[in-house]
Design a protein around this ligand. Structure first.
Ligand code: HEM
Length: 421
């Protein structure tokens, strides 16, 4: 007990302290507690693990180790240890993995925010570090909270086409993912045993999450979890439609609008011909020639000459890195492996370097691996759904390959170079 002249000062300091987040008395919500936090933690344990794995698969789907044009994070070093040749089967693979990545990411936002809200008092507990181990744990919490918010914010900005990041999205989101997931694994290993014990407890244990003098409850903990779940359901319901043809109208958060038009070309696109700087002269019968280079030299083909080659059809979706996708569209054109045979690769098609007429925007060039070129469904498409490609879908000709991210299905193709890249 303090006496004399400082009594007033200490009393005032104590009173003021109670008004700051550093005082346990500051936190008045009756909802906080280990059970509430553990439920959210377990949901995030599963959800974030799926996000990390589908994110890593998104990077792998670029075949970044095939060519620098596909690799937006060339400095990755050992973090690329897991890379493999992206397959062509099942043909809807990337549609699934990236659809899950983006839809689940958005759906988990209320859970992430509720979890952060439920533990925020812990960020203000004093002293900041009671021991070296405690200091390390708090540092990992900083990486966890900072990394998590960073990943979700960059992800949402990316799919909303708000490229306001301090640098390129790819390395930021990729490296951020490793920092976040590393801190997340450390946190999960430390906290999971406690979380399981908490979940088995039917009533909240007293700990520094439970308010010392809670306000009267306005909703129960289960009610609050219901609200969080409702928020996730709402975000899920207004996002998943961008991957389901009949539900596209419900994807009200999707930046590309819900109505891609009707007719054979009535399916989603990212970049229009106008945006990419493609002129009518570029695409004209007189002006356009496909240049095909390979082992035996160079061949130039007009669209009319391409139409004389054996044409094949394949039903394949467009699956965008932003998470939206179309159902299978019927493409018709010349097999990439048949074009490879024109320049000396009969039977064993090599890798392929594709150049577009595109003047603006990313991915004017892309590389495809031999397994993608060899797949009989991989086409230089001239038609879709029974009609010539529209300008926005890549007329005069575009690449379409099973299971590949949309960005590697180059539109307005100008040149194909077969051979080791
Ligand atoms: C709302 C949450 C999220 C959204 C909307 C989101 C969105 C995206 C998008 C659009 C891409 C593909 C980018 C491209 O290739 O153009 C991507 C890639 C990726 N995401 Fe996320 N993401 C989210 C959360 C996360 C989280 C929490 C993690 C990690 C735990 C993560 C890890 C990754 C990784 C590793 C990649 C590959 C990056 C690359 O290709 O360079 N994402 N994400």
């Amino acid at each position: 007990m303090v006496h004399g002249p400082f009594r007033g000062v200490v009393a005032t300091y104590g009173r003021n302290m109670r008004r700051t987040p550093f005082s346990p008395a500051f936190w008045r919500s009756p909802l906080r507690g280990p059970w509430f936090t553990s439920v959210l933690g377990v949901v995030l344990l599963g959800g974030i693990t799926v996000l990390f794995v589908t994110g890593l698969l998104s990077y792998a789907a670029y075949n970044p180790d095939l060519s620098a044009v596909n690799d937006k994070t060339p400095g990755k070093g050992l973090l690329g240890f897991y890379l493999f040749s992206w397959p062509t089967d099942p043909h809807w693979l990337y549609r699934l993995t990236q659809g899950v990545h983006v839809t689940l990411g958005i759906t988990l936002i209320p859970v992430l925010l509720a979890k952060l809200w439920s533990v925020v008092p812990k960020l203000f507990t004093l002293p900041p570090a009671r021991s070296l181990a405690h200091a390390l744990e708090r540092l990992s919490l900083l990486l966890l909270v900072g990394g998590g918010l960073f990943e979700f914010v960059t992800g949402v900005l990316n799919v909303q086409l708000d490229y306001i990041f301090p640098g390129s999205f790819y390395p930021l989101h990729f490296y951020g993912a490793w920092v976040f997931f590393g801190a997340f694994v450390a946190h999960a290993v430390l906290k999971m045993p406690i979380a399981w014990r908490n979940l088995r407890q039917l009533r909240e244990e007293r700990n520094d999450l439970v308010s010392l003098n809670p306000d009267p409850p306005t909703v129960s903990r289960r009610g609050a979890l219901g609200l969080v779940g409702g928020g996730s359901l709402l975000l899920f319901g207004t996002t998943v439609g961008q991957d389901v043809d009949g539900l596209r109208w419900s994807a009200v958060l999707a930046p590309h609008g819900a109505d891609p038009g009707s007719g054979p070309g009535g399916f989603q696109i990212n970049k229009t011909a106008a945006y990419a700087g493609i002129t009518a002269a570029d695409r004209s019968e007189e002006g356009w020639r496909l240049v095909v280079k390979g082992r035996t030299g160079t061949v130039r083909l007009s669209r009319a000459e391409l139409l004389q080659l054996p044409l094949h059809s394949s039903a394949l979706p467009i699956a965008c890195v932003e998470g939206w996708s179309t159902s299978d569209q019927w493409w018709r054109g010349v097999r990439l492996r048949d074009l490879a045979a024109l320049v000396g690769y009969d039977g064993d098609p090599p890798d392929l370097f594709v150049q577009s007429l595109q003047r603006h925007g990313a991915f004017r060039r892309a590389a495809l691996r031999a397994n993608q070129v060899a797949d009989p469904r991989s086409l230089l498409a001239l038609f879709v759904n029974g009609e010539s490609l529209t300008p926005d879908h890549g007329h005069p000709a575009r690449i379409i390959v099973p299971a590949a991210p949309g960005v590697l299905n180059t539109k307005w193709v100008a040149e194909l170079t077969f051979g080791d890249l």
